[in-house]
Design a binder for this molecule. Structure first.
Ligand SMILES: Cc1cc2nc3c(=O)[nH]c(=O)nc-3n(C[C@H](O)[C@H](O)[C@H](O)COP(=O)(O)O)c2cc1C
Length: 363
């Protein structure tokens, strides 16, 4: 069995003992947006059991319309002491941690979120089916949102976080800018796919100014959207390369390539997955994700369905071949804080099936 998964990785001052990343997973256990000791213990438990890097659940930047659920943690104001405790808990176990900075865009419904009266923010006010349901952001409002990501990035630096991740995936605000059906702007934030990446590029460069040179910036992106699982931003490797090149130029360090099943090829004619292509096209380190250790994908989890286990040999082969650098694990780690230690010790028989009931607790 390969042990590449348990070899060190370094990037811009972030030194990890192994390649396992805890995938960002919303838990909605932070009343009024403030993470408590249960959240600190939840992450600390995984840091103490061989998870190389923890990416937190999506945590909301300080713009009134940014959050869609008041139990999702904020990343500003009164929530910051709670996050400092999370960092202490993770560091006490020798772990590393990055917050996933999030604006939920049009996923915020009227009357929902931390500020129920706030409008949802979106590039063109349009749902993916073309219904106009929200105001169109002005350029100065877009700049305000860019600045809110940078402020949160500065908080992450100040409290000793080890990296930041910008949530540009799954049909939330940044991805709504990427997606032509929701972004029909005719200013610098709209146009072809490269132009639609301008908003994220500005967020990356402003976050870089806020955190300095010795802390990595991770960008998470996906082809699929929560509004349309079959949606694609890039139909060809060339288009993907041009899109990702915008973030390379903006100074991103690591690309977190979200797909539902890591073993699925991204484009015809090659077995490379999304992270494989992203690495090949940009030369940057990449994180793969999607059903690691499990045979059913994570949409099933939201339907209350469990999943059986799945072997890791094909993952090791891809990692050994250098297709990607890091491996994010979602549900398997949500359910079992010891998952990484069990894999490290070769105790694969001790890995259980995934039970969607594990979503109910914050163990
Ligand atoms: C309960 C739950 C919450 C999630 N919340 C987020 C989130 O806040 N941000 C994000 O980028 N992805 C989120 N995801 C997606 C995961 O990060 C991951 O990409 C997905 O679960 C696939 O990995 P898995 O098959 O190992 O679970 C969530 C997934 C689950 C199951």
């Amino acid at each position: 069995m390969s042990n590449t998964l348990f070899t060190p990785f370094s990037c811009r001052g972030l030194d990890l003992p192994n390649r396992i990343v805890m995938a960002p997973m919303t838990r909605s256990h932070s009343p009024a947006g403030i993470p408590g000791t249960d959240v600190a213990e939840y992450y600390g438990r995984r840091a103490g059991a061989d998870v190389g890097l923890i990416v937190t659940e999506g945590t909301v930047v300080d713009r009134p319309g940014a959050g869609n659920d008041p139990k999702v943690p904020l990343f500003y104001g009164d929530a910051l002491p709670g996050w400092s405790n999370v960092v202490k808990s993770v560091h006490a176990q020798g772990g590393k941690i990055a917050p996933q900075l999030w604006h939920t865009g049009m996923a915020k419904k009227p009357g929902a979120g931390h500020f129920p009266e706030a409008d949802a923010d979106s590039p063109s006010g349009l749902t993916h089916t073309g219904k106009l349901v929200a105001p169109v952001l002005s350029e100065s409002e877009v700049a305000d949102i860019v600045a809110s990501f940078a402020r949160s990035a500065a908080h992450a630096k100040d409290m000793g976080m080890d990296a930041i991740e910008i949530h540009g995936a799954h049909g939330y605000l940044i991805d709504e800018f990427f997606w032509a059906v929701m972004n029909q702007r005719d200013d610098k934030y709209g146009g072809d796919l490269k132009d639609r990446a301008t908003f994220a590029a500005e967020i990356i460069s402003e976050c870089r100014k806020a955190i300095g040179e010795d802390m990595p910036i991770i960008l998470r992106f996906s082809q699929w959207k929560q509004q349309d699982y079959g949606a694609r931003l890039a139909e060809t490797p060339e288009a993907l390369g041009e899109f990702l090149g915008v973030f390379v130029d903006a100074g991103v360090d690591i690309l977190h390539c979200s797909q539902r099943r890591y073993w699925e090829p991204e484009f015809e004619g090659s077995t490379l997955n999304l992270a494989g292509w992203a690495k090949k096209l940009t030369g940057l380190p990449t994180i793969t994700v999607g059903s690691v250790g499990l045979d059913g994908d994570f949409f099933d989890a939201f339907q209350g369905k469990g999943s059986g286990t799945r072997g890791l040999d094909d993952l090791y082969e891809r990692l050994d071949a250098g297709e990607f650098d890091l491996v994010a694990v979602g549900r398997a780690l949500l359910q079992d804080p010891q998952w990484a230690s069990k894999v490290k010790d070769g105790k694969l028989d001790a890995l259980g099936d995934y039970d969607a009931a594990s979503l109910q607790t914050l163990y």
